[in-house]
Design a protein around this ligand. Structure first.
Ligand SMILES: *[C@@H]1O[C@H](CO)[C@@H](O)[C@H](O)[C@H]1NC(C)=O
Ligand SMILES: *[C@@H]1O[C@H](CO)[C@@H](O)[C@H](O)[C@H]1NC(C)=O
Length: 314
């Protein structure tokens, strides 16, 4: 496959007593050799997918992941609510376990029709996660974005993110249900975006929709990075105002949002205290890449957008 790949290892852990050194954790039910390491301060892995478990050429396991297919959820907003133009498939042309044991998602443009396909997966309902009061959880993945020139990636929009489970089966309650974007990237930029979405409606509201409460950090696209977010409810006073969402790249904090900043308990609760699922996808076109692109280019993707992109996970 081409140089454009997204790779993801999702590992979740509950924060507990501080540990002296990173401790390997065994994923349940699997043999030796599929360890991930608990980050310092965390005690338990709630969910792990090390994609090297699967045969190269296969799809991610349906015991953990569901494929989002087509151009919307059943009965949900068209173009996945963002104006993105691709059709999601479960074809191994778009999503596959690679020979290096990573998950690769690749947008493909049909050379005849010009239509784009790509893939999007989300964790199944049985794997929903929530941060208990007084604790913290970390959601983490190793990801490499495509290293083609930015001029060839207009409209390409990879993401590692979370939505509240209340979205399932409704699909018209965004942004009220709460969203945490651990990594987003558009148009081949050497940058990673970190964002939360919340509030009763859009535009406006406590999370400043449609933009969300957001930050942009510099990113070297040429290699894998560890992207993580902590939902931290360890605030000693117990007040929602002191709870935090903390984003890290390679262990370095790049963005923190606390309850005070959102300043609305109902909206904050949707972000930090409700069950969530994890999503991995590469979209093509839509409002985010359009807004970041030079307006003179019109809507993305443009004719300059190259045929494939990927996000990797190990
Ligand atoms: C996934 O498993 C492989 C094989 O044991 C191992 O080499 C790799 O380090 C694991 N990945 C992570 C992130 O722990
Ligand atoms: C706080 O958020 C809730 C739910 O998102 C909303 O219904 C309410 O109007 C918000 N309050 C203010 C003052 O924005």
């Amino acid at each position: 496959m081409g140089p454009f790949c997204v790779v993801l290892t999702a590992g979740l852990a509950l924060l507990g007593g501080v540990q002296a050194a990173a401790t390997p954790v065994q994923e349940w039910g699997y043999g030796p050799g599929y360890n991930v390491y608990l980050p310092k301060g965390f005690k338990k892995a709630l969910f792990v997918d090390n994609f090297s478990l699967y045969w190269p050429g296969s799809l991610p396991s349906t015991s953990k992941w569901a494929f989002d297919l087509g151009t919307s959820y059943p009965g949900g907003p068209g173009n996945w609510g963002t104006g993105e133009v691709q059709t999601y498939t479960s074809s191994t042309n778009n999503i596959v376990i690679t020979t290096s044991g990573t998950l690769q998602i690749t947008p493909v443009k049909n050379p005849v029709t010009g239509a784009w396909t790509s893939s999007r997966i989300e964790t199944v309902a049985a794997r929903d996660i929530v941060c208990p009061p007084g604790q913290a959880i970390r959601i983490e993945a190793w990801i490499k974005l495509g290293d083609l020139p930015a001029s060839k990636q207009l409209g390409i929009w990879p993401a590692f993110w979370m939505l509240s489970s209340a979205y399932r089966g409704n699909y018209w309650n965004w942004p009220m249900i709460g969203e945490i974007d651990i990594l987003e990237n558009v148009n081949g930029a050497s940058a990673a975006w970190q964002t939360i979405h919340c509030g009763p409606n859009a535009p406006g509201g406590p999370c400043n929709e449609y933009t969300g409460v957001t930050n942009q950090a510099a990113l070297d696209r040429s290699r894998f990075h560890k992207f993580s977010v902590d939902i931290d409810r360890t605030n000693p006073g117990g007040s929602w105002r002191g709870e935090k969402v903390v984003w890290r790249i390679d262990g370095n904090v790049v963005f923190t949002v606390d309850g005070n900043r959102v300043n609305n308990e109902t909206a904050w609760t949707a972000v930090t205290r409700t069950p969530k699922f994890i999503l991995l996808n590469v979209a093509v076109g839509g409002s985010f890449p359009d807004n970041v692109a030079n307006p003179s280019l019109g809507r993305t993707p443009t004719d300059a957008t190259v045929r494939y992109v990927a996000v990797f996970s190990t």
